[in-house]
Design a binder for this molecule. Sequence first.
Ligand SMILES: NC(=O)c1ccc[n+]([C@@H]2O[C@H](COP(=O)([O-])OP(=O)(O)OC[C@H]3O[C@@H](n4cnc5c(N)ncnc54)[C@H](OP(=O)(O)O)[C@@H]3O)[C@@H](O)[C@H]2O)c1
Length: 324
Amino acid sequence: MAKAIRMQQTGGPEVMEYVDVDVGEPGPGEARVRQHAIGLNFIDVYFRTGLYPQPLPAGLGMEGAGVVEAVGAGVSEVRVGDRVAYAGRPNGAYAELRNMPTANLVKLPDAISFETGAAMMLQGLTVQYLFNGTVKLKRGDTILFHAAAGGVGLIACQWAKAIGVNMIGTVGSDEKAALARAHGCTHVINYNTENFVERVKEITNGEKVSVVYDSIGKDTFIGSLDCLRPLGMMVSFGSASGPVPDFSLAELASRGSLFITRPTLFSYASTRPALEAMAADLFEMVTSGKVKIDIHQRYKLADVAQAHRDLEARKTTGSTILVP
Ligand SMILES: NC(=O)c1ccc[n+]([C@@H]2O[C@H](COP(=O)([O-])OP(=O)(O)OC[C@H]3O[C@@H](n4cnc5c(N)ncnc54)[C@H](OP(=O)(O)O)[C@@H]3O)[C@@H](O)[C@H]2O)c1
């Protein structure tokens, strides 16, 4: 038996139950992973609340790192004893031990700890595809990136700096502003005290930005469109404040033939070659020191409810891990 989180129903943090589960042998195409650290991500909140539906009862969590204990039939990607990490389906990372499809596992370089691996796979691969796949950013580009002091945000600050991109970041407090700035964000706006649309216009001398990365959703969506120059790209990749309300395509036309996309990591990393190339890029950014993974919160797996409360209350910065 192993400890794991299970949900019988969707709802508040209290629906996550810390229980004993029988993990069993890995099936074909699976490996059993003894997890040393688990990543906490905002997508876990969407699954917990039911914003993203899944059949119940269910596990939760999409990111972890550990050691392969056993493999099922037909597995070629990993071997028993390998250090591995992953970001992906199915939910169930909140566990000491789990079976995981090996198509989603990557070998973790020796230079990267389990904790760093668990903290960076989902958020780091997200920045990788947002900056290289969704739009191929180039030196000198100016972008707006919301929630710049969060898990994805602090990685984005450093990655943008490393590739010579001017990043305007938004954050919810002055302490978070200092953090984003210290991580390489070129300009930081506190959107709780400043009008971010006006500030973006000032900072860019009225030119506005070519790409907006918006993971806030409901509260920022229209303002984000207002920050784009004609032919700009709106990347709506999350909804921490609630889903984006229905809007008219005319909103894109009136602001100058804007583009919009709603990307997910799982479609960009859906093939083995794509996942391996993206992971290699991320590992290079981390092992070269260009991107440091800041784990600012650690919770015991049994205390996951508190971790969710803090994430939803905007109390966390950088990355958060759960320790089994
Ligand atoms: N599509 C994808 O492929 C993909 C992949 C990974 C993550 N994401 C999205 O990226 C975002 C960041 O993920 P993360 O795990 O790194 O989380 P995070 O940024 O560490 O935490 C979310 C942050 O959003 C901000 N926020 C603004 N309004 C909020 C509200 N009403 N409630 C809660 N937070 C609010 C807060 O920062 P401030 O206090 O500074 O405002 C908060 O700290 C999430 O929306 C997530 O769903 C998308």
